[in-house]
Write a protein that binds this ligand. Structure first.
Ligand code: GLC
Ligand code: GLC
Length: 640
């Protein structure tokens, strides 16, 4: 430990002992051990962030007190889980891991409804359930719950905090880890902190970014990206009740927190540990890029934004070691990668893979997908990607322009094409998506639409074409087959397993009408789900085959941890990679076009390291003495 950290701990520990030791002698020792192990890192980070403040040492002590209090309040069953996870820190890399994500209300009405659906999750094979924010939030517009008014209260329409705690326990008893969001960049304007600020309390005004006039907002705005340009230009909102401009990166009712104030860090750390003590095993860190502001910069992905997460991570190691972080950084792929580390976020969404799966479906070519994944799929071996095809947000074409340029593709033009394709404007497109946040200044926009509608199912069903339906189902399964097998945790947007299409009804709801993301947030259709085992129905065609892929994944050690080698298949339409795990090697080939494609026997032998293979998907045997022909959207998982 460096001298400064050591001296600080020597001074602080007796004070913590005096306060907590007697209250819980048995529980205190492990805390001191973990504090000592992680103190240097925590101290250095906090010192960098807050060391310049006259009262730094006071805040440091307060932060350690928070950690101690919440550790002592942590239920025994979770301390057992802590020990299990510390003994098996890479548990999340298991081939058993399969995630699902949903809104509580849209999927099952209430938390009790979610509890009743545990058998459904188990049937699907899920081991990880992300519930979108179920917390108290403004009753009208609330950005789908991402405007949190209190982490201590559940939205009364969904249940109570005790229901949430009981649900976490019951999920865990059934082999499912609960994942919730920590929306730590902002609170809703109805959060008690924001209300106190509105009432004029200077202590709470210092929790947010408030300005008396446009001078500073204009200076910042000159460098900021607009996130929701079509509903709300700029990043600041005027509040007549306070006669102040408030920093609001997202919606006007989502107030950015001021992390230059160490008290904000401490208060949010407390909320984080409160959630961990409820039984949440993974926190999805929402909007990680935006938390630190610096005049003259874009205020995205600044080094301090990373330090904040690392400091939260150090606190988690001390007071709730089982807790993991998943980063939600939908930014340039270089920046996405920088959030991934055991000391920062052990898990990360893989927005690049997601976007490029759709890009490949549109172009029928895998060049950009292959090149990008060759350069960017590999991450720290103690971490994991969370691979998905759709989530509750829009699709942004976040590929790197340099990767594209390397292939002679112009990034701007290509995005224009993809937007035209996925809104159905491009002739011959199978997709039925909607524009999201068109920005006339930059001509930029993103895409909304459910997996099924973007993959062509909506159009095919409307045209009552069996052939088109078969192709659409093929596309849905193809992209899911990649997230199941490429390495990392596959995450299903629940409802996609039965091919739910776009839900246009949001246009009638004034609180949602301006946000096209609601089109891909349909209510779970339980009637349709009831037919999920019937292979004669579209829902059944998707469900049974997807479920089969999950079963295959969970039986194949090649999909656990390890490395993925993205290969040249010598065919511009076929994506290929090799998964090497314990005693198993699987060569995956996936045809992204509706035309039959050939992969040479040579490629099979070279990358499969063998001559005779079994396709895990169909069970068929294959001898690599001839070329392999893959029909429309077909994929194989070849094992020697
Ligand atoms: C994240 C959420 C998104 C929300 C935003 C603001 O990106 O996924 O739904 O609008 O954060 O909280
Ligand atoms: C987050 C993402 C952005 C997304 C937005 C809301 O800020 O970074 O890409 O569009 O949330 O959808």
């Amino acid at each position: 430990m460096n001298r400064e950290a050591e001296r600080s701990l020597e001074r602080l520990l007796p004070r913590l002992n005096a306060r907590f030791l007697e209250a819980a002698p048995g529980d205190w020792d492990p805390f001191v051990v973990r504090l000592t192990e992680n103190f240097e890192r925590l101290f250095d980070l906090l010192r960098h962030l807050y060391g310049g403040q006259y009262d730094f040492f006071y805040h440091l002590e307060m932060i350690l007190e928070t950690a101690a209090r919440l550790w002592l309040a942590r239920p025994a069953s979770l301390k057992t889980l802590d020990a299990e996870r510390e003994a098996d820190p890479l548990w999340f890399q298991s081939e058993q891991m399969v995630g699902g994500v949903c809104y509580v209300d849209l999927f099952a009405g209430t938390l009790e409804g979610i509890r009743e659906r545990i058998p459904y999750f188990k049937e699907l094979g899920l081991t990880y359930l992300h519930l979108m924010p179920p917390f108290l939030s403004p009753s009208e517009e609330n950005d789908g719950g991402y405007a949190v008014s209190s982490y201590r209260e559940v939205n009364p329409a969904l249940g109570t905090i005790e229901d949430l705690r009981a649900l976490a326990t019951e999920l865990r008893q059934n082999g499912l880890s609960l994942v919730l969001d920590l929306v730590y960049n902002h609170t809703s304007d109805e959060h008690i902190w924001a209300q106190r600020a509105q009432a004029g309390d200077p202590e709470y005004q210092a929790y947010y970014w408030l300005f008396p006039d446009r001078r500073m907002p204009d200076a910042y705005d000159a460098h900021l990206r607009e996130i929701f340009p079509d509903v709300r230009p700029g990043s600041f909102t005027y509040r007549p009740d306070m006669d102040r401009w408030v920093w609001t990166t997202f919606h006007s009712f989502q107030w950015d927190l001021n992390y230059r104030n160490p008290e904000v860090f401490n208060r949010m750390a407390e909320e984080m540990l409160f959630l961990a003590n409820l039984g949440v095993e993974v926190l999805r860190l929402d909007a990680v890029a935006f938390t630190w502001k610096e005049l003259g910069t874009a205020c995205e992905n600044l080094p301090e934004a990373h330090m904040l997460i690392q400091a939260f991570n150090a606190l988690a190691r001390i007071a709730a070691p089982a807790l993991l972080f998943k980063s939600e950084a939908i930014v340039h792929p270089d920046d996405v990668a920088r959030y991934i580390a055991p000391e920062e976020c052990q898990l990360s969404y893989n927005p690049l893979l997601m976007a490029l799966l759709w890009e490949s479906l549109a172009t029928r070519e895998v060049r950009l997908l292959r090149t990008s994944m060759q350069a960017r799929f590999k991450i720290n071996s103690a971490c994991a990607w969370v691979n998905y095809v759709r989530c509750h947000d829009d699709i942004g074409w976040t590929f790197s322009d340099e990767d594209a340029a390397y292939l002679g593709i112009n990034g701007f033009d290509h995005r224009q094409f993809l937007n035209a394709f996925y809104t159905g404007a491009f002739e011959g497109s199978f997709a039925r998506g909607l524009p999201f946040q068109f920005n006339p200044k930059t001509q930029d926009m993103r895409i909304s639409g459910s997996c099924a509608s973007l993959a062509g199912l909506e159009k095919a069903c409307r045209e009552a074409s069996d052939d088109e339906v078969a192709l659409a189902v093929g596309r849905i399964l193809l992209i899911h087959s990649v997230i199941m097998s490429i390495g990392g945790i596959p995450l299903l947007y629940l409802g996609d397993e039965i091919g739910l299409g776009n839900a246009y009804g949001y246009r009638q709801d004034p609180a949602k009408a301006e946000d096209s993301r609601w089109v891909h947030r349909p209510c779970m259709d339980w009637e349709r789900a009831a037919a999920r085992h019937d292979k004669n129905q579209v829902a059944g065609k998707i469900y049974t085959r997807l479920h089969h892929l999950i079963t295959l994944r969970q039986a194949a050690p090649a999909f656990c941890g390890g490395e993925t080698e993205i290969i040249e298949t010598d065919n511009a339409h076929v994506f290929g990679y090799v998964r090497q795990g314990d005693a198993q090697r699987v060569l995956v080939l996936a045809n992204f076009s509706e035309q039959p494609q050939t992969v040479s026997g040579n490629v099979l032998r070279l990358h499969g390291l063998g001559y005779a293979f079994t396709d895990l998907v169909t069970g068929a045997s294959l001898i690599a003495d001839a070329d392999l022909v893959l029909d429309a959207y077909r994929f194989v998982w070849l094992q020697q």
